[in-house]
Design a protein around this ligand. Structure first.
Ligand SMILES: [Fe+2]
Ligand SMILES: [Fe+2]
Length: 288
């Protein structure tokens, strides 16, 4: 046993005699297209950049955040932009009692929803867009199912009302999810636990794979390594105001997520961005 340990130590010390493995590699720089270029002889494929925008609850979007998020989108030029759901609040379609002074605002709010999507499209004209429906957009379906006489009108579905085709966003219905290269689930979310990252843990345990979700308005990450490998689930925060007409004194965190996703491939690196008083650091820049 002693001899075996000694041999091991010998081989380790031999390995460390050569400093070649300690040489610094040049950092990979983003090209104008935003892809990390393949270096000659590199075993790695390209990485594409994605941004994940959580709950905006328009018209209760925090404008000071959105302005800086737009600047970041313009600077970062992601290949894909995900709207993680609850883009619209649809307070007027809520099943709960409503403040009458906030009634009759639906068209105005839809116009705002389209306006902000247009702004995102202008900041990133070439990015692919994916719009995930949240439970707040799903209020429209629930309302229509109670009034089925007009439920089949295409003009009343979310893609038509928000003009998603015109701004180049694909639509994913509530409770469906986007499967990113078979390694990462992107969804709005339908689980809520009371603390940051507790929902992330529940989502990871439910799906057994990595993912990113909105819905809780909390920013939190849960990591797990076992025989199936290393996985992560990210709760993405929110970009709405910290208090909404229907919810006060909230344990919420404003934030969003961006990431580098291997394509083709299944490696990814996701970066949560906490937003503190409408300011944040992202990709090495301070947005204030
Ligand atoms: Fe939600
Ligand atoms: Fe939400």
């Amino acid at each position: 046993m002693i001899e075996w340990q000694y041999r091991c130590l010998q081989s380790i010390s031999r390995e460390f005699e050569s400093p070649s493995h300690l040489q610094f590699m040049p950092a990979l720089k983003m090209s104008k297209r935003g892809l990390v270029p393949v270096q000659s002889g590199s075993p790695f494929a390209d990485f594409e950049k994605s941004v994940f925008i959580p709950d905006a609850h328009i018209p209760h979007l925090e404008e000071a955040i959105f302005e800086k998020l737009l600047q970041f989108l313009h600077d970062f030029q992601p290949q894909k932009i995900f709207i993680l759901g609850d883009w619209m609040d649809f307070y007027n379609l809520s099943k709960f009692d409503q403040d009458p002074t906030l009634f009759g605002q639906l068209q105005k709010e839809l116009n705002l929803g389209k306006f902000y999507l247009d702004k995102i499209r202008s900041a990133c004209p070439k990015a692919g867009g994916i719009f995930l429906e949240g439970n707040h957009e799903d209020r429209l379906r629930r309302w229509l199912w109670k009034n089925p006489e007009i439920a089949s009108l295409m003009a009343l579905d979310i893609p038509s009302l928000l003009g998603l085709n015109e701004v180049g966003f694909d639509f994913i219905p509530y409770k469906d999810y986007y499967n990113y290269n078979g390694s990462l689930i992107i969804k709005h979310g339908d689980i809520v636990r009371m603390h940051s990252a507790y929902t992330a843990k529940a989502e990871l345990e439910k799906h057994g794979v990595s993912g990113i979700s909105g819905h809780t308005h909390r920013l939190g990450q849960f990591n797990k390594t076992d025989n199936a490998g290393q996985r992560v689930w990210q709760e993405a925060g929110c970009i709405c105001k910290m208090e909404l007409p229907w919810s006060k004194n909230n344990n919420w965190q404003q934030g969003f997520v961006y990431g580098y996703m291997e394509n083709p491939g299944n490696r990814f690196h996701i970066v949560p961005v906490p937003i503190i008083k409408s300011r944040f650091f992202a990709d090495g820049t301070y947005y204030r």
